[in-house]
Design a protein around this ligand. Structure first.
Ligand code: NAD
Ligand code: IPM
Ligand code: MN
Length: 359
């Protein structure tokens, strides 16, 4: 078995949280008798600083040969100059594209004990268990872009494109997942305004009617979905949507389980290594303070074991350990909300998960 795991810590809190996930993986390996072969590579701002390139070739080569990739986050104020010739985020977009990772799975699942950590009422968030499929290598993120003119006439544009093939493959993957869950799929678009959304809606409906007549299917406009998500989250099962809508809706949805710091993701393509990361960013406001919540990255490591290494029991053991530390009342500051007196550090939270796995 290829057990080579590439770590891409990146910027800001990235190194802090990836280190905790690495320690958890080492504990899993020990408990289940595996050996994981870790190697760390550069991406993002740190890679720009050291090589001038947010995704140096050695990083791409290592990722291609890996069983799976675990990423922290990229970006930060240091590299935010709008006139800079490249940005940390370009490295992340490029690795997703290079590896053909068109499907970004973002589970939004509430740990019951965290119902009070949500800014929404506990009776509303109770029962939330949504699996988002965000299309990841197309749409406006990868559309033609440019600038022209000057003064008042200076113009910038970025086009949004979706092809039939791109829509079919993500809708199929989402519908398959729905079959293994509550058999419901919601497609989110902006077909009342955008041409690519009209194509998306038509193709999705065809795929569902022809290939998944057994899956209950509906469509919701993205603005309306932003409202429904916080009004009746427990009514959604699998949601499929385009690149930018999925980016925005899932950050919104992170408030259902209570914090961005709880949400993992898996980016998958047609075979090949998957990329696993928290959905949050490099959190420059808390970097270096040992207060970041490492659980999203630890849960991303569990997704990695399940989807790329076929280690289901091991993935479940991590998820159970995370649930265990939550039940024990451990809270990083993002989850502690009103009561910061008992909050734990990044390292304490990671160590508690490791200890649960060892017990
Ligand atoms: P962010 O997700 O980094 O942070 C938003 C807020 O959530 C901040 O207040 C932050 O402190 C908090 N937060 C995020 N993760 C947390 C965690 N694990 N524990 C506790 N609190 C957490 O978004 P932002 O501030 O808008 O972006 C910062 C930088 O990150 C930008 O450069 C952006 O481009 C980049 N970014 C990268 C990724 C990625 O690498 N996948 C994702 C999103 C944003
Ligand atoms: C995410 C991030 C990225 C995205 C950025 C940093 C390129 O927000 O992973 O959600 O927009 O995809
Ligand atoms: Mn995002």
């Amino acid at each position: 078995m290829n057990s080579s795991i590439v770590l891409l810590p990146g910027d800001g809190i990235g190194p802090e949280i990836v280190e905790q996930a690495r320690l958890v993986l080492i504990q899993v390996a020990e408990r289940f008798g595996h050996t994981f072969d870790f190697s760390s590579h550069q991406i993002g701002g740190i890679a720009i600083d050291e090589t001038g390139d947010p995704l140096p070739q050695p990083t791409i080569d290592a990722c291609r040969n890996a069983a799976a990739i675990l990423l922290g986050a990229v970006g930060g104020p240091k590299w935010d100059d709008p006139s800079a010739k490249t940005r940390p985020e370009a490295g992340l977009l490029k690795i997703r594209k290079e590896l053909g990772l068109f499907a970004n799975l973002r589970p939004i699942k509430l740990f019951d004990e965290l119902a009070d950590a949500s800014p929404l009422r506990a009776d509303i968030v109770k029962g939330t268990d949504i699996l988002f499929f965000r299309e990841l290598t197309g749409g406006i993120y990868f559309g033609e872009s440019g600038t022209s003119g000057s003064g008042e006439e200076e113009t910038a544009f970025q086009s949004m494109t979706y092809s039939v093939g791109e829509v079919k493959r993500i809708v199929r993957m989402a519908a398959q997942a729905a079959r293994g869950r509550s058999n419901r799929l919601t497609s989110v678009d902006k077909a009342n305004v955008l041409e690519p959304s009209r194509l998306w809606r038509r193709v999705a409906a065809e795929v569902m009617a022809n290939e998944f007549p057994d899956v209950k299917y509906d469509v919701v406009l993205v603005d309306s979905m932003a409202m429904h998500l916080i009004n009746r989250p427990s009514e959604f099962d699998v949601v499929v949507t385009g690149n930018m809508f999925g980016d925005i809706l899932t950050d919104e949805a992170s408030m259902l389980p209570g914090s961005l710091g709880m949400l993992p993701s898996a980016s998958l393509g047609d075979g090949g290594p998957g990329l696993y990361e928290p959905i949050h960013g490099s959190a420059p406001d808390i970097a270096g303070k040992s207060v970041a919540n490492p659980l999203a990255t630890i849960l991303a490591a569990a997704m990695m074991l399940r989807h790329s290494l076929g280690l289901t029991d091991e993935a479940e053991a991590i998820e159970k350990a995370v649930a265990g530390v939550i039940t024990d009342g451990l809270r990083t500051p993002d989850l502690a909300r009103g009561d910061q007196s008992k909050s734990v550090s990044t390292e304490e939270m990671g160590a508690a998960v490791v200890a649960k796995l060892a017990s």
